[in-house]
Design a protein. Sequence first.
Length: 611
Amino acid sequence: MENLRDHSQKPAYGMASNCAFMIRRAWRDCKGVLSVCAGLVFCGVTASLLELLVVPAILEAVERGAAPGALAVMTGGFTLGMAAVRALRDYLEQNAIFGRVHVRQGLCQDLHLTFCRTSFPHIEDPDYLKRMKKASHCLDSNRDPGEAVWKTMTDLATNVISFVIYLLLLSRVGPWAAGLCAALSAVSYFAGERIRSWRYRHREEEGELRHKRDYVINRSRDLKLAKDIRIFGLVPWLNELYGKYARLLRDFCAQYHRRYLWAGLLDVALAFLRNGAAYGLLIAMALRGELTPAQFVLYFTAVSGFTQWVTGIFAQLTELHRQSLELSALREMADVEEPFRFEDGRPLPVKENHLYQLELRDVSFRYPGAEEDTLSHVNLTIRPGEKLAVVGKNGAGKTTLIKLLCGLYDPTEGQVLLDGEDIRQFNRRDYYRHFSAVFQQFSVLAGTVAENVVQTAGDGADLPRMWDCLERAGVADKIRELPQRENTHLGREVYLDGIDLSGGQMQRLMLARALYKNGPVVVLDEPTAALDPIAERDLYQRYSDLTGRCTSVYISHRLASTRFCDRIILVEGGGIAEEGTHEELLNAGGRYAYLFHIQSKYYQEGEIEDE
Ligand code: ADP
């Protein structure tokens, strides 16, 4: 298991391990990928051998004084053979993509599931998000390592097999011939590679520049910013930012193109030296009569071919190394240590008709990287069946408190207890099943109304129960009016026929969803930004009536909304500043009473008081 914070730059998986991993995946998901690779290697090696042998073989037959008929058969055989091998190679190459895409999609799906299932704190951790982004780059397109690695492995295998065959052939001329070619090819390759790898060594810098430029582009197209762009006249600012990052990126690209040019020139010069020396030696041997014309042609062709295999092997190995780094980043995501226990935790089935008690015992919490605790030494027991209100100004820590209660975060110090037991020991997914929550941001997916209420696609929906929940939430009439009733799509992001509900209708739909889930602990975390105070109070009251004696927590910064609760706590200064019923708190004449009066005055007079 790997600790996220201790993550070092060294990849956890080496090249051989990553190749084996991909082969295992293909064996499991689509064996065709492996047979296509094997076929391509066969075609590659056979085609190069046929090309190498055709001229020397015909020349040798001519030297032997073969009959024209035999020569014609031989030439026809070679031509047919080459055509067949090329046709097979083209066929395999055309079809290779399907299986490879299938394997890549499987990896994408796994990564996607990892992200959806990981402990919640990871989702807000920039380090985790950065690594997730890096891992998913590996699967973005056909050209990325999750798919391109098949071509690299195929080419490498073709090069290695051909290299061995050519090596055996050239060693018949003399060991020096093979050695010389290999050595000069290696020099040429490494010198060029040092220059070419500049871009790879500066990939973080390039990634940063691209990220900044893309950020400006994405924000410019972001619907949420569209109004501000127009009203506040943000275009010149955005344009200036775009120009700046595009210029920096252009300068960066110009730098590596200049280096590539030098690499190309160096390659040409060394190839001239290498082939010149080898050809010179072969010519000298031919002049001394040590080689027949056919042998001369064979070795002459083999020299350039041999160089090509050696260079190919080095190039493929470098490519494989790069791809392997990215594949390692992908695989490492599955190893990131989870702060929460899931399937390895104690099972926690929901008990029917049971009233749960929740407790925060001496809980402190600090967000990663923050300088101060958001909550400090909080003690709070929510008694079975109690309706608790959590109130306080924006930023006081109400949502943080709810995240701790719901098990989305674990406290930095102290414990969260369910019926007296620390929730850390339980399977966290089981724990989540206990909560019917409505949060500030609605999580509506582009799907039908029904799917959004029952939270599943396709079968498995209990329609009578769904309608009952829609009815109780007060949104059933609206849904009946829709063109396709509960099968109408929500939102227009994916479905052109989708509809948009108003803020209030959406609230009620989310309420119906929470009712459908029927979790024994109810949480309402200010899902009412779009509502006026009276509508918010009505919604809270309705929710309270509908959920009966469930253990419930209601959060609001509007104190009038939660006055019906059994107990109200005022969160301030990282802790619980006051607690009691609405009347008790008003009579106490403290902070709650002060804030309540200010808010009442504001709502009555419609003016903003700056306290
Ligand atoms: P409330 O719900 O009362 O408005 P929150 O619990 O959302 O308050 O936030 C309490 C404090 O914690 C705020 O100062 C906020 O800036 C900070 N905070 C909230 N979420 C995060 C986060 N993911 N990372 C860092 N700080 C956060």
